[in-house]
Design a binder for this molecule. Sequence first.
Ligand code: FAD
Length: 323
Amino acid sequence: MKRDVLVFGELKSGNLRSVSFEAVAAAKKMAGDGQVVVVLIGEEVQRYPKEMIVYGADRVLTVEHKNLKKATTDGYAQALFKVIEEEQPDGLIFAHTTLGKELASRVASRMEAGLVSDVTGISREEEVIVFTRPFFSGRAFEKKVITEGLMMVTIRPNNIPPLERDPYRIGTVESVDIEIENLRTLITETIDNKRNGLDLSEAKIIVAGGRGVKNAEGFETLEELAEVLGGTVGASRGACDAGFCDYSLQIGQTGKVVTPDLYIACGISGDIQHLAGMSNSKMIVAINKDPEAHIFNVADYGIVGDLFEIVPALVEEVKQMKV
Ligand code: FAD
């Protein structure tokens, strides 16, 4: 089997997102003996091709233009159409991020291609590529195939492991010249809202707080635990609605979908809309004073008790382990 697969290598705040390496691993599965080609769009992207190659890319295409310094769907889609026209790939992979989702739907529509979104697994059954994705808010999984034409997918971060880094791997790097026309939107400035530099959707450890955290000060306790564990803080909508924290931290059906290695839910009841965003986490620890709380139904470990006693005790314990 031989398919050439194009990967949109996504950058954020001047760094390659870790899901871009996962996308290369996904592309390898689809490509078989074909090529994995990564396209990097933006500003000074010449810095990143080597890193993509050592993680499995065969070729890297760089697209730079003054109007592509900040990502817009309009501009990046124009760049991608040009690359697709020249490369004629069999498959195209994006990260299931805000930008990836927007771009994938626009490109799929223009190319009249089949698109499977939020993919968490890729397998090959003889010559057919099978995509696995969650549905019913993560309570079930479905398998999908694209029967003809360009195969497009978005992959959920933290699900498809990246390939092992091979520092001796070689590949080619080419730059693509492009004219950007009639841009309807230009981003002139972005203001970062992250508190500790870690992106929720790619974080490996999340300490999430709910209405049980009581107030904004309560979240400082959670931040301490997140910091000693090397993770980041998330929240339920209950906590966001109550004004304890920013909506950018919201996890769930109308917030972010996360799949960390460890999810610690503190003072969160576990309503279905919250579970929709975190129930596929690899390990879930729940801290709640109500032994009947629904969150315990999805937890691997449950601690019944007052989070204001348990969280500081955990912080101390982790600190001791590090000494
Ligand atoms: P609560 O349900 O009030 O739970 C608080 C928990 O804290 C309780 O279980 C309590 O026992 C525990 N507790 C209290 N004090 C302590 C203590 N000292 N120590 C330990 N435990 C304590 N919600 C989301 O989270 N994300 C979404 O994306 C989302 N989208 C929604 C979309 C729609 C259309 C709708 C209708 C709702 C949505 N919701 C969402 C809201 C959701 O239904 C719940 O209202 C919300 O998740 C509840 O938040 P909570 O668990 O923090 O609060």
